[in-house]
Write a protein that binds this ligand. Structure first.
Ligand code: PLP
Length: 414
């Protein structure tokens, strides 16, 4: 794509954008340019009605009968099957349940049991904190295990040895947006005799993910970021078919039992992916996700990726041209092939700048100590939005408005 040189070039691109109509599927507040869909996706227009239907009809009228009649009991599996194509999995390899943190604990514990005699779990020092904490918790709650860290800039080969049982990595770095080569690294881990768990929180819905083709063993991801499933919507877990029969996870709750309504005193894991379930699913939280997956079922992920690359590249080019001289540094890879669907900028006063920008209707976010993050979500963003966002960022920088005292006080959630 030739980089548009004016706002009307951007508007022209929007006119010919094959994804342009998808924007109508979302409710977005007037005057807001939403560049934080990598943290919390916006509301699918159909979701409000879907929630109302679930509450008023399925619950209000159906009552307990809806566990069967409205398919509540099977939601983790039916929605898992609908997420499967988005991550390159088979329909019976994914369940939707619990949070990413809990699912990581389950798949990690299962993976460790599949590698008896090995006691090291490798994860990245700069990974999303919950991944680090869960690896620490899982390795310290079972005897003899240890956590080993891969540091930024270090090659995976340096930490792999014949004691490594499992490697846990993020597909896209939540800070910089750096995209990892899933196929190559999974292969590298397998050649060292270990199992590979990918956290795809920042890649699912952002780009094509190919868990099956890459031979991935287990994966986890959330649905409230690029998938637009709503605040706190349930996460998912992937377990390759070849592992399902032997995989045992320690949170052996009744929804993972082979016959939950036998109420037997002995735990017998369900035959397939269902053994990764624990307890009663939060049924209401599945409703917005269903509306969101209705949208995703009509979307070509290749087109999403192409537009995402075009948008992040446009943003980088415009920031370099319009915002030079204000101390901003591009923290994301400049090669779009090595980038997810976000662009991060560094600035020592990043927190104040993002607050001032949000006040001007451009919503991005901040990650300590100095990272401004901007997510580019092709389903509801226009090229003209990218242009306008950079203009407003330039105005914030040139006016110095961010120096005002009110932008300094930290909010609870950044
Ligand atoms: C957002 C995110 C999570 C979130 O975990 P929760 O259990 O949903 O809070 C985990 N890992 C990564 C890499 C994330 O980006």
């Amino acid at each position: 794509m030739v980089t548009p040189a004016t706002r009307s070039d951007c508007a022209e691109l929007d006119k010919h954008d094959p994804l342009a109509r998808m924007r109508e599927e979302f409710t977005l507040p007037d005057g807001v340019i939403y560049l934080d869909g990598n943290s919390l996706g916006p509301l699918p227009r159909a979701a409000s009605e879907r929630v109302r239907e679930l509450v008023d009809v399925e619950w209000g009228e159906g009552l307990v009968r809806s566990w069967n009649d409205a398919g509540w009991f099977d939601k983790p599996r039916t929605l898992g099957a609908r997420i499967a194509p988005l991550v390159g999995a088979q329909p019976d390899e994914v369940v939707v349940c619990d949070s990413t943190s809990i699912n990581l604990f389950k798949v990690l514990s299962a993976a460790l049991r599949l590698r008896p005699g090995r006691s090291t779990v490798v994860t990245e020092a700069g990974g999303f904190p919950t991944d680090l904490y869960i690896v620490e918790g899982a390795t310290s709650s079972a005897k003899g295990y240890r956590r080993k860290l891969l540091y930024d800039g270090q090659d995976l080969a340096e930490v792999l040895d014949d004691d490594v049982a499992v490697v846990v990595l993020g597909h896209v770095d939540y800070r910089t947006g750096r995209l990892r080569d899933m196929a190559r690294m999974t292969d590298q881990v397998h050649r060292a005799g270990a199992l590979m768990i990918w956290d795809v929180c920042h890649s699912v819905g952002a780009l094509p993910v190919r868990l099956g083709d890459c031979g991935v063993d287990f994966a986890v991801g959330c649905t409230y970021k690029y998938l637009n499933g709503g605040p706190g919507s349930p996460a998912f877990a992937f377990a390759a078919r070849r592992h399902q029969h032997d995989a045992r996870q320690p949170l052996s709750g009744w929804h993972g039992h082979a016959d939950p309504f036998a109420f037997s005193a002995e735990y017998q894991p369900a035959p397939g992916i269902s053994r990764f379930l624990v307890g009663t699913p939060p049924v209401v939280s599945y409703a917005p996700l269903e509306s969101s997956l209705d949208i995703w079922s009509r979307v070509d992920m290749g087109r999403v990726r192409a537009k995402s690359v075009a948008m992040t590249s446009l943003f980088v080019t415009l920031v370099e041209a319009e915002c030079a001289g204000h101390g901003l540094e591009i923290a994301s890879p400049l090669d779009p092939e090595e980038r997810g669907s976000q662009v991060s900028l560094r600035h020592p006063d990043g927190y104040r700048i993002i607050r001032a920008l949000i006040e001007r209707g451009v919503i991005g976010d901040f990650r300590t100590p100095d990272m401004l993050r901007f997510g580019f979500t092709p389903l509801y963003l226009r090229y003209a939005d990218v242009w306008d966002a950079v203009v407003r960022l330039r105005d914030v920088l040139e006016s110095g408005v961010w120096r005002e005292e009110r932008f300094g006080a930290p909010a609870t959630v950044t």
